[in-house]
Structure formats: structure tokens, C-alpha cells
Design a protein around this ligand. Sequence first.
Ligand code: FAD
Length: 449
Amino acid sequence: MNEIKLNIRDRRSCDVLVVGGGVSGIAAAVCAARYGMSVILAEKNCFLGGTATAGLIGTFMTCCDAKGEDQIIKGFYGELLDRLISEGSAVSPEKCKVGNSYSAYRIKGHKGVAPYSCEGLKKTAEEMCLESGVQLMYNSVLIACETAERQVKSAFFATDSGVFEISARYFIDCGGNAMLCHLAGCETVFGGKDGSVQPASMIFTIDGVDKKLLDAYMEDNPEMRKRFFMDEIEKGFADGSFPCGTKKLRIFEAPNGTWHVNMAQTDNAFNSLDPFETAAAAAEQRQQVGIIIDFLRRTIPALKNIRLLETASSIGIREGRRIVGEYTLTIDDLKNSVIFDDAILLCSNSVDMHQKSGVAYSTIDCEKNYSVPYRCLLAKEFDNLAAAGRCVSADRAALAAIRVMPPCFAMGEAVGTACAIAAKDSTALRDISIEKLRSRLKENGAYLG
Ligand SMILES: Cc1cc2nc3c(=O)[nH]c(=O)nc-3n(C[C@H](O)[C@H](O)[C@H](O)COP(=O)(O)OP(=O)(O)OC[C@H]3O[C@@H](n4cnc5c(N)ncnc54)[C@H](O)[C@@H]3O)c2cc1C
């Protein structure tokens, strides 16, 4: 194939380039900028949040310890959450009692969740970036990068006015699919050795839920907090009246009185890195939404008047490409509650392995806190490239736990802080003082044991 020559429209430079404005990218950019770094945050959408907003997720998963007692992910996430709560854009974790509508009526692993408004998150995240001096670069799709020996030199973005080249001292890949690391030539992996990958889901929002009736039904039928209408759904699968979607009712209340439904899912896991397969899966799941709404209206009295508000503008990808970094976090590290010397966050999130439609996902509850080491964020091939969020170095099962948003925020905070330390000390990212990094994170509210 002929190489395509890029006509560069504009060139900029900064200390830290963050690619991807999802939750990890927001935290990385703000935290680096607060230490005086000039930061550009490049994002292909025209808003921040990534999966959190474009995917209509709507609930920050628990940030509590394994006993569900203390909040152990704080720092930037805690600050953002407090701000969202004060603006009426999130519900305080204290109000999200186990088994209530905010925790999707779940009784396990949902203590300390926090529902948020996607619009509120877009606005507040943007404000926090701008207040800290982050330069936002929207409608910009990363397409190439230039490297020399162990350094990434610059990244190239397709924009509406042509190609922009951004050079930087440090690069952070928060793109969800490790595209920057992939383009730089780093070792990456996708899915399992057998080609399996967790299914993607298209979340949608509804109104018209009779909350009083649903709350009362759940209260009067405690077994429903385990069954979640599985019998009715199974019957629908068997007689063909409900031929798609997940096996359990998955619905939860948002702060603004609307509800998020996480039930559309494609039967065969598809390759989310392939644009044609992604389009086919998105179209299929959008078709499922009508079928699911119709089934819920017919089956659950409290939902008989529900109406569709919107489907997610981006299909929710649980598992994309991830880096093979300096260290790969394993499921055994989680099971053995390993607290690494270079831990940058502690958490207790359960391992949620989603499977194909009609099959309940498997969950491993973690009985003790575990940690994520700094080395999982480091690209081993380069001195100035790191990753954060769902594309970090972890095996599939470990990723199935740490991919939820509170740990993603904390990873972003750690890597943004690390870049600032590396820049001030003129070192490679792997050579920074771990003691300094951990004490900065603690000063900013992180709990590291
Ligand atoms: C169906 C589903 C349900 C979930 N439920 C929950 C839940 O209830 N609670 C919870 O806490 N977590 C949940 N998660 C997990 C969580 O939402 C994500 O793992 C997390 O938000 C990922 O954040 P991130 O910053 O790593 O990546 P992303 O949110 O994927 O952000 C990546 C960003 O990079 C941008 N980008 C990508 N490629 C490029 C490019 N080439 N150029 C420029 N920009 C680019 C994207 O537009 C995006 O904004 C769920 C995930 C899914 C899919």
C-alpha cells in the first residue's frame, strides 16, 4: 500500500498531550495542568466524558472499600463528585442505599454508587478543564504519530480544517482503545486468546416509570432483588416474545428523574475495532431498544407507561485494545488483595465478566481491597508515553474490575501527576520517584492504605 502524505495544516506544542476526553483523560489533563503543565486534551467528540456521557452510563460504580463502609477512591473523583452533587447533577452515595432505585435495586456490590446526569458531567468536566488551563481540542481524531528511539515526538489529528500536529514532552493515551500506543508501535492485546471479548451494550434512557409502584414491588418481593424478572425474561426468550437483550432487568434512576436501561446487547461479541462490525452491532442494538421497551411495558406494571428518551450516541464498549505495559495486573493480584509498593489506587470493585445475551454475567466479589500499580500505566517501549483508563495493562478478568469509572478517574489522576513530576525532574516516566508520586496523590486526597 502507498504511504499517504499528511499535509499539516497547523502545528502546536505542549508539555503534556492527553488523547481522549473520557473520565481518565479528564482527570489526567486537569491534574497535570494544576501542576503548571501546559496541557492539550484532544478528543474526537465535541464534548467530554467518553463512555460516561456518550455511552449514557449514568452511575459511577462504587468507590467504597470491600466492606462498603469507607470511600477509598477520593482525590479528583471525590472533588468532581462533590461538585456534581452541589450542582444537583449527581446523587450523594449516602442516598444510594443498597437495594434502592439508585443502585438498580442491587443488594451486592452497589454500596457507594453515585448516579450522575450526563449533561451535568459534560458541563462540569469542561469547566474544571478550562479552570485549570487545559486547552481543549475537539472534533480531532488521532490518526498517526511520530516516534524516535524511545520518545514519542508528536501526534497527528484529522480535524475539519486539515491535519494538526501536536508535539509534547509527555503523551497520555486515555483513548479507551490504546490507539496512540498502537500507532506508536507498542505491544497491545485485544480480547482473549480464543478471540472472545466482552459484549458491548447500547444504554438508553426512559421516563414514565412509576417509581412508587416499582419501589413497592421490590420491597414486597425481596427475591426480585436477586431474580430481576429473570423468569419472565426466560419465558420471553423461550416463546420468542422477547428474543434479545440481557437476562435480567437492569434499570436505574438518574438524578433528574429519568431512568437508564442497560439491557440491549448483541448476541455475538463483535470486533469493536472494526468500523463495519461496530455499525452493524449499533444498528442491531438500536432495533432491540423498541423490543425491550415493548416487553417491559407488557410485563412490569410499574413500567407500563415508559417512553424512550434517547439511545446512547456511542455503543458502550466494555473491552477494547489494551497495552502490555511494564506490569500486567492479573486476576490473582485482585484475589490475593495485593497492595503493590507503587500502588496508585486502592479499590474493591467486583470482577464483572459480561457474556452473550441470555446468559447472566459472572461476578467475583472481592472480599478485600486490592491495588493498581503505577507500572500498569507505563508503555514499556517508550520513556514519555503512558496510558490510563480501560486501556491499561491488565488481564481480561482484572480489567473487568478496574474498568469502572472511579478507578479510571484515579488512574488518570495518577498519570497526570506523574507527568508533572517527570517534567519537573526531567526524567522518564518510569524513573520518577514513586514516593513523590504517592505523597502528591495522598496530599490531594487519595487513599493508598
Ligand atoms: C455498557 C457499559 C456499562 C457500564 N456501566 C458502568 C457503571 O455502571 N459504572 C461505572 O463506573 N462504569 C461502568 N462502565 C465502565 C466505564 O463507563 C468505562 O470503562 C469508563 O468510562 C472508561 O473510561 P476511559 O476514560 O478509560 O475511556 P472512554 O470513556 O472510552 O474514553 C475514551 C475517549 O477517547 C476518545 N477517543 C477514542 N479514540 C480517539 C481518537 N482516535 N482520537 C481522539 N479521541 C479518541 C473517545 O471519544 C472517548 O471520549 C460501563 C461500561 C459499559 C460499556
